[in-house]
Design a protein around this ligand. Structure first.
Ligand SMILES: [Zn+2]
Length: 311
């Protein structure tokens, strides 16, 4: 039997006025509440566990118009703003923390880059990056060729911003990326990373609170890299390290959910997941899913909160 499943994707949900980083692309808590009201009126919000039971137990069926709510990256917003609103409405969500943030007091690259761009996105960010790289011994001509060879389209960002992000997320060598991110962060953001870290991410206690309140926690890897650009053995490390930590703290069960950082995966990722008990994989491709029982649903599409009108 086939079923249609809608999955909504959330990242930051906060009182944007109070955010230390202005211009961060966050959903305002009031808009989040309005979306929840719309979704609860028009859909049946199901929990991660209910969906896993449906996939693995022949007896269990899904309600009409099922919808799953997903929250990526383990932001403090999720415990401060999201959990109370879900509990008020007696619904459940799936949360995907990045386990390295539980141990380390630095921002994830993805977030440090967002903070930098929140300040320089109107000031020719590629030029700023180019100058920084030249200072670090890169040849300007070669860099411009690299820029030309890598052009990307995105629904949300202009092509220069996408290229700026990708250069610092995977195109440049790892050590160079780290160095440039830290240098640009210190120049433009000027709030110590450990301070923002406390504000940005949930800790173990928060995750335990989510779990106690019936929420589902899943795997978003240990350090949030583009998996398709890693070797298979590094992909295994990223996935199993996170899985082991979440299991050790009883935060995930044997049949668990995966959410690909940046929506990035390849066939090797799928093999790793299949042999490690993962039953569901979330991409960032936009759309509604036709799902099947007893089948690995490892390429599920989601609707971003900004595109909720597509539901
Ligand atoms: Zn993420």
């Amino acid at each position: 039997m086939k079923n249609n499943l809608s999955i909504v994707m959330y990242h930051y949900v906060r009182d944007t006025q109070k955010s230390k980083i202005k211009n961060l692309k966050a959903l305002h808590i009031k808009d989040f509440c309005n979306q929840l009201d719309y979704l609860t009126q028009n859909y049946n919000i199901i929990s991660g566990q209910e969906f896993v039971s449906y996939l693995t137990d022949i007896q269990i069926n899904l309600p009409h118009k099922p919808c799953l709510l997903t929250f990526d990256d383990g932001y403090k917003d999720h415990i401060d703003y999201v959990l109370p609103e879900l509990l008020k409405r007696q619904i459940s969500g799936c949360f995907f923390p990045v386990t390295d943030t539980l141990y380390n007091d630095k921002l994830l690259d993805v977030n440090a880059i967002q903070c930098i761009l929140s300040i320089i996105d109107n000031q020719k960010p590629l030029k700023i990056l180019e100058n920084e790289l030249v200072k670090n011994g890169f040849n300007r001509e070669k860099l411009l060729t690299l820029f030309k060879e890598n052009s990307f389209e995105s629904k949300y960002d202009n092509s220069n911003i996408v290229l700026f992000k990708r250069m610092l997320q995977y195109l440049l060598p790892k050590e160079v990326r780290k160095k440039i991110i830290n240098s640009l962060y210190d120049t433009y953001v000027q709030i110590p990373q450990y301070e923002l870290h406390k504000d940005f991410y949930m800790n173990f206690k928060d995750l335990q609170t989510l779990k106690k309140n019936g929420m589902t926690i899943g795997n978003h890897t240990h350090t949030h890299q583009w998996l398709e650009h890693l070797t298979k053995s590094n992909q295994i490390k990223e996935i199993t390290k996170s899985m082991d930590i979440l299991k050790k703290y009883h935060l995930i069960s044997d049949k668990w959910l995966m959410c690909y950082p940046y929506g990035s995966f390849n066939d090797q990722t799928i093999d790793i997941l299949k042999s490690n008990g993962c039953v569901l994989g979330l991409t960032i491709r936009s759309g509604i899913n036709e799902i099947k029982k007893n089948y690995f649903n490892l390429r599920l599409k989601r609707i971003d909160t900004n595109e909720i009108n597509k539901l």
